[in-house]
Design a protein around this ligand. Structure first.
Ligand SMILES: [Zn+2]
Length: 441
């Protein structure tokens, strides 16, 4: 067989149905797709590749899927820390956004996010922010896969005045990107507390019609539940259920407040949950019952949330935090083992976004979204179990090579599609505008 690329590595965690660890295997890539996964000895006799990459001491994993981000918020990283969610949002984040967010902010912030994520092995992200058409364009230029969130809120911003206008702008994005290889649109109504019934019902109708996911913050804090009970006489999940929004298209972010019947309802409707452990910890939002959700059969993916509440977009670190936190919350050291954490960061993310036929595992026919990590350094020795080592000791700076849809975007830890010094300079420039050095918060 003739292929464009052949990658040889010491180990591979393909995230297949058996949670295999493959030793001395190779991946053949052709026209953006995985043409074969096979033992190295067979690859050497059967495959003639235009380019061969040797990765001794490395493990290959599927590109990581960051299932919840607000990528331009990288420019607000560290602006307001150590505050509760509503104070943080109302007194700091929303005013700063009202003052500064425009197309240039979104472009520069997304570039910084894309650089951090690609260097950390994230090849696909599910984004929610203003000017999603800019995020989509910048991500595609960086060679990264994105679900561009068609955001909806009740209140006016520079991006749009009314819920109708948000929807209208979103639908323009949908038309623009419906056939794109790397960009997919998704509806992104911010939260039940920021969007009223009429626009939510419109989102549900349009999402059915266009067959796109609905990406929404849900049950993030106890306050959110209490406010909903006061304003609507229902918990937010019940309110969405009343509007027919539960189902395989629903991608519910956070879910720290869950009753048993709600877990069953999520499972029976095939709704997805995205767990953002570091954001939940930092904002003291509560604990998502991940082990109980997984046990009930709910698909749980992983997200970092925005860099203003994390403060990084490091999904490898998030995987480790998720595996550790789940044990504490469940009171069981066997809750969310390493293989489950890796699955949440890859295939479960792909499933939540409706992309599991395309990405999420290293299997023949899927898109070639591939990440190589160097496990040769002192901090990974000795190496008894590759998946455990990846989840419990690997750090994002060990990511050495990244391909998205067969195109190499990181080589030897350096970006090939982004101008790193330029991206950093732009971020510093925004800091000077938003809060010059020396001025206190
Ligand atoms: Zn969020």
């Amino acid at each position: 067989m003739q292929t464009e690329l052949l990658i040889h590595a010491d180990w591979m965690l393909p995230v297949d149905s058996r949670d295999s660890t493959l030793e001395h295997h190779s991946i053949a890539v052709d026209r953006g797709r995985i043409a074969a996964v096979l033992p190295r000895a067979e690859a050497e006799t059967q495959i003639q590749a235009a380019q061969t990459v040797e990765l001794p001491g490395h493990v290959l994993i599927p590109g990581l899927v960051n299932a919840h981000t607000h990528s331009p918020m990288t420019l607000l990283r560290g602006l307001a820390d150590d505050l509760p969610l509503m104070t943080w949002l109302h007194e700091h984040i929303w005013p700063a956004e009202g003052r500064w967010v425009d197309t240039e902010f979104v472009a520069d912030g997304t570039r910084l996010a894309a650089l951090e994520m690609l260097r950390g092995g994230v090849t696909c992200f599910n984004d929610m922010y203003f000017y999603p058409e800019v995020t989509a364009r910048v991500a595609a230029e960086a060679g990264m896969r994105v679900l561009a969130g068609m955001i909806v809120v009740d209140f006016p911003t520079r991006y749009a005045e009314t819920a109708d206008e948000y929807l209208h702008r979103g639908l323009e994005l949908h038309d623009q990107y419906r056939e794109h290889t790397l960009v997919r649109p998704a509806f992104a109504p911010h939260s039940p507390y920021a969007v009223s019934d009429a626009p939510l019902e419109r989102v549900r109708t349009l999402a059915d019609e266009l067959e796109v996911p609905i990406h929404i913050h849900l049950h993030e804090t106890r306050d959110e539940i209490q406010q909903s009970l006061r304003d609507h006489g229902q918990r937010p999940l019940a309110r969405l259920d009343r509007m027919g929004m539960l189902g395989p298209q629903l991608v519910a972010i956070h879910m720290t407040q869950l009753e048993d019947a709600e877990i069953e309802r999520l499972a029976s409707t095939g709704s997805h949950v995205v767990h953002c452990p570091e954001s939940n910890l930092k904002l003291a939002s509560g604990f998502c019952p991940v082990a109980r959700l997984l046990e009930a059969g709910v698909n749980v993916a992983l997200g970092t949330d925005g860099a203003a509440s994390n403060n990084d977009l490091d999904l490898l670190a998030e995987m480790r935090t998720a595996a550790l936190l789940a044990k504490g919350v469940a009171g069981s050291a066997s809750a969310v083992p390493a293989t489950a954490a890796l699955r949440m960061a890859t295939l479960n993310g792909a499933r939540a976004l409706g992309l599991d036929d395309e990405i999420g595992s290293l299997e023949q026919g899927k898109a070639a979204d591939i990440v190589a990590l160097d496990l040769g350094s002192h901090s990974h020795q000795p190496l008894y179990n590759v998946c455990s080592q990846l989840v419990y000791t690997a750090a994002s700076h060990r990511v050495s090579q990244v391909w998205v849809h067969g195109r190499q975007v990181i080589r030897d830890s350096h970006p090939l599609t982004l101008d790193e010094p330029g991206v950093i300079a732009a971020a510093r420039d925004w800091q000077q505008r938003i809060r010059p050095a020396g001025e206190s918060g």
